[in-house]
Write a protein that binds this ligand. Structure first.
Ligand SMILES: Cc1cc2nc3c(=O)[nH]c(=O)nc-3n(C[C@H](O)[C@H](O)[C@H](O)COP(=O)(O)O)c2cc1C
Length: 191
């Protein structure tokens, strides 16, 4: 059963606010790709905009520049091996979707591949034209135009991490193939 539900765009920044390692998806001219990215963050509220570091040497970067769009998928803990694998090899000469048996569907607004099985959420982003990005920087900016999340872990605009959804909890790369899983909620006293 699929538990994905649309996320209101005003809540989209909350999906990446806590710094999950994500899967960046791309597609252009009949080719598609997916890579891991640890460096992303929300940068604007309305419309929701996200900064994402995509190394200029990657195949992803070429596809994103050509299509003007990318997808961001949040792998749950169950996808830690897949996340590391797609971040450790380029898709220039191999279709990583076929190679790893990844099931994806086209996003509703831009047609970017989005993964739901094993993922907590996804966002579709329109690449914002930015001369500095094109010339010098690896940082890309995207405007979120669609988002959805598995209601078992994100609903009503809020995350809910619990013992019943550990496999969907987001992962955070701490280096050399080591990740920590979100969870371990600490609730601050009312200020
Ligand atoms: C856990 C992890 C996090 C990564 N984070 C980033 C990142 O934030 N930005 C980036 O450009 N590359 C990052 N990488 C490296 C890319 O995923 C890697 O270069 C990938 O092979 C590029 O694939 P492509 O050429 O098919 O696009 C990361 C790799 C791993 C394993």
């Amino acid at each position: 059963m699929n538990h994905f539900k649309p996320v209101a765009l005003e809540h989209a920044s909350r999906l990446v606010n806590h710094g999950p390692t994500v899967l960046v998806t791309s597609a252009h001219g009949g080719r598609r790709n997916v890579m891991a990215a640890a460096w992303s963050m929300p940068v604007e509220f309305t419309p929701p905009r996200i900064a994402l570091v995509i190394d200029k040497k990657t195949w992803t970067r070429e596809l994103v520049a050509a299509s003007g769009a990318f997808g961001i998928c949040l792998p749950g803990a169950a996808l830690v091996d897949l996340t590391y694998a797609v971040g450790s090899a380029s898709g220039r000469s191999v279709d990583k979707f076929a190679h790893h048996g990844i099931v994806a569907k086209p996003g509703p607004r831009l047609g970017m591949p989005v993964l739901e099985t094993g993922c907590a959420a996804w966002l579709e982003c329109r690449l914002l034209p930015e001369p500095h990005t094109e010339d010098a920087y690896d940082t890309c900016f995207g405007e979120v135009v669609a988002a959805a999340a598995d209601a078992r872990i994100f609903a009503g605009g809020h995350w809910r991490f619990g013992d019943d959804n550990t496999e969907l909890q987001t992962i955070h790369h701490i280096g050399a193939g080591n990740f920590v899983r979100a969870g371990g909620i600490l609730r601050a006293a009312p200020a």
